[in-house]
Ligand binder design. Structure first.
Ligand code: 0RA
Length: 272
């Protein structure tokens, strides 16, 4: 009987890929994040776990601030994976001019933009992009490209969907998302981004008809609505005073309302 001669390992058939200089930078970045996750997300406890969601949603908020997106849908799936879907332009699918790899891959990597940290701290990340009438997908496994960007179908609208599965080897305390923590954050984000609609869906909790728990956060009055919300149930002395000012450095918005309660006097400041 002839001996089987093994001429190569299957390593390169698994990846079928050689890394170029910019991809090597991405891999080094991944390693750094996984080695010291706390340096990048503050903690590997529940706070860090929830921080992953904010990182992903912030990218969609940026697309909204740029004026191209007005709705963001965040879904908590039954396995505690999270999807964030927006109706923005969709991350460009062409080759990044500097990095010579798809921009969506640069965004998933460690180039300051996108879901790089989330990618490094997730067992799996899937990104779907809808633009130019087509839907594309790219998949990552522990931050490494698993399936390169490919067309998966047609698209009537534009946008981006990012789904991630937090790595239980990183988030050793818990990988279970708290609905109220996410709801409070999105309520605040909706107040701070006037008109932006943020939909939170929790598929872990369904009603008698099987519909998942859903809440919509949208404040057409922006921070004026925020002040009204904060003073809800209190005796107020004036309608909220509102003004905004803009110069070369940026824009400020201010809303003020006095109430008769002194113990809960509060000043809140947010910076973008
Ligand atoms: C880079 C360039 C453009 C859009 C985006 C990134 C983008 C990123 C994310 C992340 C989540 N949602 C997003 N939506 C858009 C501009 C695209 C163009 O010029 O058409």
């Amino acid at each position: 009987m002839a001996e089987e001669i093994i001429t190569s390992t299957n390593a390169d058939t698994v990846t079928d890929h050689e890394y170029n200089a910019s991809e090597i930078q991405v891999l080094k970045g991944l390693e750094a994040v996984r080695k010291r996750p706390g340096m990048y997300i503050g903690s590997t406890g529940p706070r860090g776990l929830h921080h992953l969601v904010y990182e992903v949603v912030d990218n969609s908020v940026d697309e909204a601030l740029a004026g191209y997106c007005d709705t963001i849908k965040v879904t908590i799936h039954p396995d505690n994976s999270i999807s964030c879907e927006d109706n923005g332009r969709g991350i460009p699918v062409d080759k990044h001019p500097k990095e010579k790899i798809p921009t969506v891959k640069v965004s998933g990597g460690l180039h300051g933009v996108g879901v790089s940290v989330v990618n490094a701290l997730s067992t799996k990340v899937e990104v779907q992009v809808r633009r130019d009438g087509k839907e594309y997908e790219i998949d990552f496994d522990h931050g490494k490209t698993k399936t390169k960007l490919h067309e998966i179908g047609k698209a009537k609208h534009t946008g981006t969907t990012v789904t991630f599965w937090p790595d239980p080897d990183i988030f050793t305390e818990t990988t279970v998302y708290d609905y109220d923590t996410l709801a409070a954050r999105f309520r605040e984000m909706a107040f701070l981004n006037r008109g932006l609609k943020i939909i939170l869906i929790d598929e872990r909790i369904t009603d008698a008809d099987g519909n998942p728990r859903t809440e919509v956060f949208q404040a057409m009055g922006g921070i004026v609505d925020f002040v009204k919300f904060l003073n809800d149930g209190k005796e107020t002395l004036n309608k909220p005073i509102y003004f905004e000012a803009e110069n070369a450095d940026g824009t400020v918005e201010v809303a003020l309302q006095w109430s008769s309660s002194y113990s809960t006097n509060s000043v809140m400041a947010f910076a973008n």
